[in-house]
Structures are given as C-alpha cells and as structure tokens.
Design a protein around this ligand. Structure first.
Ligand SMILES: [Zn+2]
Length: 378
C-alpha cells in the first residue's frame, strides 16, 4: 500500500440515506469541517437534482477549500450538463455494469455500456471535466466484462474507475482478488466504494487498498444508503494502526465531526459504534478495570486521546472490588477489602435493578446504608 487518498462522500452517499436531508448551511459546515481535518477529496452532491442542490454545490466549490471536490451524476446528457456547472474538480459518471442491471434496469447490452463509456468520457473532457467512471454494481458484474470495462475506461482517458460494491455483497477475500485483477491490467486510479450490508465495508475497503486501490470512499459515522458506507473514522484509524499508513487527516477532530453529522442527519450514532460511539472507551468488567488501572495499554488497542477522547470506568454488575475501592477513594472514602466486597454486592443489585451505573450520590447512600458493616470514618 503506497498512497491512499480518502474521498469522503458524506455529502452525497451519506445524504442519500433514507430520511436524511441536509440544509445548505449544514452541507457547507460539514464540508468545511472535513476540509479543516485534512480530508483531501470529497463528493459533495448530485447537481442534476435541481437548482437548489446545484446552488449549494456551487457555494461549496466557491469556498476555495484545499480539497478536491467531486460531484456525482449518471452517465447521461442531463447529469453531465448539470455537473459541468459546478466548478468541481472531478465528476463521477456512474453506469451500471452488472448483467442484472444492464438487462433489467437499463434494458441495454454490454456493448452499449462500453460504447457509452467511450462517448461520455470524451465528451466530459470537452466540457472541461476530469472524469471518474463509477461502475455501479461492479461487485456483481461478470468478471471478464469487468476487465473490459476498466480497459475501456482507461483507453477513453478517464482518470479513475470507482469499483462500487453497491449492495455490500463482497467479503475481503473476493474484494482483494477482484481489485488485484483490475490493478494488474490497468494504471488508472481505482476507488473502492464499499457498502456495509454485511458489516464488511471497512474490511473490504482495506482489502481493496491492499490489492492496489488508490482511493477509498468513506462517510462520517458510516452514514449511507441502507446499512451505510465504510466509516471515515474506521478506515483512517485502521490504516494507521494495522498498516502504519497515514492519510494526513486529523483524527482528534472525529468526535466533533461525528456529532455534527449526527445532528444534521438525524441518524443517531450507536453507543457501540467503533471510534465515535459513546461507550467504546468505557470499561466495567472487573478484570479489565483492574488491568487498566495498572497500565492502560493492558486493555486499550490504541490511546483514545488519538481521537480526542479518554477512557472511563463505570461500576456495574461485572465490577470487581478494585474498582469499588478506586471509586470510593475519589469520594474521599477509603475502604478495606471486606468493606469493598459488601458494597460491591450492593452495587451489583443496583445495576441489575436499574440498568444503570450508580451515581456518586448512590455510592454515598450505599455506604451509609451499610454503615453497620463498614467502619464509619472518623
Ligand atoms: Zn454507494
């Protein structure tokens, strides 16, 4: 893996999520936040949707941010004409390449697809557009035809081929071999565009990059159609920690960007969502808390400070007495081992009954309730 460029599509595929609609101000704020964090390329919308969307897209490209701006369209006259009005750096012209889409969606032939690519890439150049050909449903395309498509894309002079796993049906092994074949027959940029229907979008993105893909589509929080896309924060952190590859994006800014997209999209981030979920650096289990207190690296794969966060511990059903002693010490109450065991039993009852960790007030109350077992401090 040499160079990897992130192409964040929160503002296009992320917004395509059912029920999501960003306002112009929200789109501009998200674009600015992503650019400030160092995202090198982003897909910002679909110009053919109409004058309002076109205006928002033009407002974003007019900001002059140090980010390559891509717009999305189908490979047809109307979409290409709208794309030409955006002052974008790149247009992704999408065309279905699986037989099922060619036959049942387009009612066309494979030859028609190849000829359309030849025609439109050339005409996009005439309009001053730099072109990425988006292979919709590429993961279900016939393997030989996929090779012919990429060959045609390259011969036509397009800069990039987007390999879209539109329905999220690949696994990392099939992704790797498919992208490897494309890499072996072409020199153009290859972008992996992975969907998360089987929970494999990030894994498939990494596999494609290992096989020679140069670009990766991502979205903040993994937002996107159905189960979403590969998450920006997951791909960036996995590249850093698994492969030592830096993409020059400031990971400290993930929590604020995640929150911004959560609010603008109305799509709540799951508590256990990798990297940005509320609970992913919270520990309760006795063995883990004891290990963390001895040395955080016992139970942290990476330092949460890298993503602007810190680990925390809570008391609950699975706590051990070490955590109880630690929590009471923070309240100025020093417990003996026996006292900690008595209070631990009370904390466990509380956790089961309320499904919540005890507050500081709860802990003081438990202490007083059990004062006949525990020594009252003088
Ligand atoms: Zn998509």
């Amino acid at each position: 893996m040499t160079m990897v460029t992130i192409n964040d599509t929160t503002l296009r595929d992320g917004e395509q999520t059912a029920g999501v609609a960003f306002s112009p101000d929200e789109k501009i704020a998200i674009a600015c936040a992503l650019s400030k964090a160092g995202v090198p390329e982003m897909e910002i919308g679909i110009p053919v949707m109409g004058p309002a969307e076109l205006e928002t897209i033009r407002a974003i490209t007019a900001l002059g941010l140090p980010t390559q701006m891509m717009v999305w369209g189908r490979m047809c006259e109307k979409d290409m004409a709208a794309a030409a009005l955006c002052n974008a750096d790149l247009v992704n012209l999408s065309i279905p390449i699986s037989d099922i889409h060619i036959e049942y969606k387009l009612n066309r032939s494979r030859e028609w697809v190849l000829q359309t690519i030849r025609d439109f890439v050339g005409r996009a150049f005439d309009l001053g557009l730099d072109v990425c050909v988006g292979g919709e449903d590429a993961s279900r395309a016939d393997a030989d035809f996929l090779m012919r498509v990429v060959d045609t894309v390259q011969a036509a002079g397009a800069r990039r081929f987007r390999f879209a796993d539109t329905l999220g049906l690949l696994d990392p092994f099939s992704t790797w071999s498919c992208v490897k074949q494309l890499r072996d027959i072409s020199d153009i940029e290859i972008e992996i565009h992975a969907h998360n229907d089987l929970g494999l979008a990030t894994a498939n993105t990494l596999a494609a990059l290992r096989a020679g893909a140069t670009h990766a589509s991502t979205t903040v929080n993994g937002l996107g159609e159905r189960a979403g896309n590969a998450a920006l924060e997951e791909v960036v952190m996995a590249l850093r920690h698994l492969y030592g590859v830096e993409v020059a994006i400031d990971s400290h800014q993930f929590p604020s960007i995640s929150r911004m997209v959560e609010l603008a999209s109305g799509q709540n981030v799951a508590i256990n969502k990798s990297i940005v979920g509320e609970g992913v650096f919270t520990h309760e289990a006795g063995i883990h808390v004891d290990g963390l207190l001895k040395n955080p690296s016992n139970y942290q794969g990476f330092d949460p400070a890298e993503v602007g966060r810190q680990y925390r511990t809570i008391l609950g059903k699975h706590s051990g007495s070490r955590a109880v002693i630690d929590a009471y010490a923070k309240l100025g109450l020093l417990l003996s081992d026996i006292e900690a065991e008595v209070l631990l039993a009370r904390i466990r009852d509380h956790a089961v009954a309320t499904k919540n960790p005890p507050t500081a007030t709860d802990l003081k109350r438990f202490y007083l309730e059990n004062a006949h077992y525990v020594a009252i401090p003088s």
